[in-house]
Design a protein around this ligand. Structure first.
Ligand SMILES: [Zn+2]
Length: 209
């Protein structure tokens, strides 16, 4: 294994890098990681949550499944999923400053001691802002950042009514997911503040066999 790039992304920060076709990117952590990808040669062609679900005919992707772009081209293949105790999400979008502001408004006006602590714990920004900042060198507009592949984010889906519920299920110890690039990609990664269980740093490694 030849390491090409390695970076640590602290909680509620972002990072971005190029992953060439055939290279493998390893995402290693214990809490939610928001992963987005763009075709390096045409940044308008980017990760598509809906097409990725359609091509795999499922909501939860794992080893052997692929992430596809808006033009239905394969971007990444998952070759290792070290999170058997949970699943990854392709439905929930990403957290953002405005989302956290809504939460603060919902808490406003009826604060007791516990709520005050809750308000202090609400982040000032989220994955969207982290990705905007990280992708600045590629001049990706904020509104062009696609909905992510949410690694280590286990959602409970009610098969009858379709209700989506967050869970606290995360890796019980540091786990990793390996994805092999099927085209040259620009990848953006946010170490989600994961207010459900508390965000942690994420290690990202790009390597070749
Ligand atoms: Zn987030």
């Amino acid at each position: 294994m030849q390491i090409r790039t390695q970076m640590t992304i602290e909680s509620n920060r972002g990072g971005a890098l190029v992953v060439a076709k055939g290279q493998c990117i390893r995402i290693e952590g214990t809490t939610i990681v928001d992963f987005v990808a763009f075709n390096r040669d045409n940044l308008a062609d980017r990760l598509d949550q809906a097409r990725s679900k359609a091509v795999n005919s499922k909501l939860f992707l794992t080893t052997g499944d692929v992430l596809v772009s808006r033009t239905d081209r394969q971007m990444f293949k998952i070759v290792h999923d070290g999170f058997p105790e949970g699943t990854h999400d392709l439905d929930k979008g990403m957290c953002s400053a405005s989302g956290y502001q809504y939460r603060l408004k919902a808490l406003g006006g009826k604060l007791d001691k516990q709520d005050e602590r809750a308000v202090q714990a609400v982040p000032t920004h989220g994955c969207w802002e982290n990705l905007i900042e990280a992708l600045r060198p590629w001049k990706v507009a904020a509104e062009d950042i696609p909905n992510p592949f949410n690694i280590f984010m286990t959602m409970e889906v009610d098969g009858e009514c379709g209700a989506l519920n967050m869970t606290k299920v995360r890796p019980t110890r540091t786990a990793h997911v390996d994805l092999v690039a099927e085209m040259d990609c620009v990848v953006g990664i946010s170490a989600c503040p994961d207010t459900i269980v508390g965000g942690k740093a994420v290690t990202v490694t790009v390597f070749e066999d």
